[in-house]
Design a protein. Structure first.
Length: 255
């Protein structure tokens, strides 16, 4: 699954799923552009990928700034003469019951999870449609297909991302632009591991509720993303693929 000579943009690329994906694509030959808000973490990620022999650029960016995001995608494509892959991975989550969730919190989650996915997909499609093809993968969440209390804005925005991606897939299909979605469940990112250390009982119960009995590893998500980006998935578009240890397929049965 070589990506030699190809160019990829990954948002939220400084840690977790984004960093794992950037590292994997770079290791397989792609030129990878990662963007995130925190300059320190972004530089650490860039240095790690470069130290492993990968070709990488780091761009500090808040994807909720629609104009800046669209301009960045266009600039990358112009400088490199191509854009083959786009991964919209940046996320925002607010945890609160609906009666306490503010409109600003609701809008913040939609700005990153839905609107930025729209902006990134739109900007990438403009390049890819002219080039005769490309692959876009948007990163949703199990919360976008199943309900969980206190995650209204996150769940609704991820659900919007999934349906938007399906429409984009239909519009790009005849031109060879594929758009797919990865639907992660619990993933053992740095943030989740920190939560597990502070709340071991809750974390253990959550992991035990997954059919495979554990959370996913960022590298496992990266492999699924790389597959959908690759030519091995040339006949796959409009798919929302759960990568969640079986959680989305699980029927709840009370103990």
């Amino acid at each position: 699954m070589s990506f030699s000579g190809k160019v990829a943009i990954i948002t939220g690329g400084s840690d977790g799923i984004g960093l794992a994906t950037a590292s994997l694509l770079a290791a397989r030959g792609a030129t990878v552009i990662i963007c995130a808000r925190r300059a320190d973490k972004l530089e650490d990620a860039r240095a790690a990928i470069a130290a492993a022999g990968g070709t990488v650029e780091a761009i500090r960016l808040d994807v909720s700034d629609a104009d800046a995001f669209a301009a960045m995608v266009a600039d990358v494509a112009a400088r490199h003469g191509r854009l083959d892959m786009m991964v919209n991975n940046a996320m925002s989550v607010h945890y609160a019951p609906i009666v306490k969730l503010t409109l600003d919190q609701w809008r913040a989650d939609f700005a990153v999870n839905a609107e930025a996915a729209f902006i990134g997909t739109k900007a990438a499609m403009k390049v890819m449609l002219k080039a005769g093809g490309g692959s876009i993968v948007n990163i949703a969440s199990t919360c976008g297909i199943r309900a969980a209390p206190y995650l209204a804005s996150y769940s609704a925005s991820k659900a919007a991302m999934i349906q938007f991606s399906a429409v984009a897939a239909m519009e790009g299909a005849r031109a060879g632009v594929r758009v797919n979605v990865i639907v992660p469940g619990q993933v053992n990112t740095a943030a989740n591991e920190d939560y597990a250390r502070k709340n071991p009982d809750a974390a253990g119960a959550t992991a035990d509720a997954i059919p495979m009995g554990r959370g996913g590893k960022p590298d496992e998500l990266a492999e699924a993303i790389a597959f959908l980006l690759s030519d091995a998935a040339a006949y796959i578009t409009g798919v929302a693929l759960p990568v969640d240890g079986g959680k989305a397929a699980q029927m709840y049965l009370p103990g």
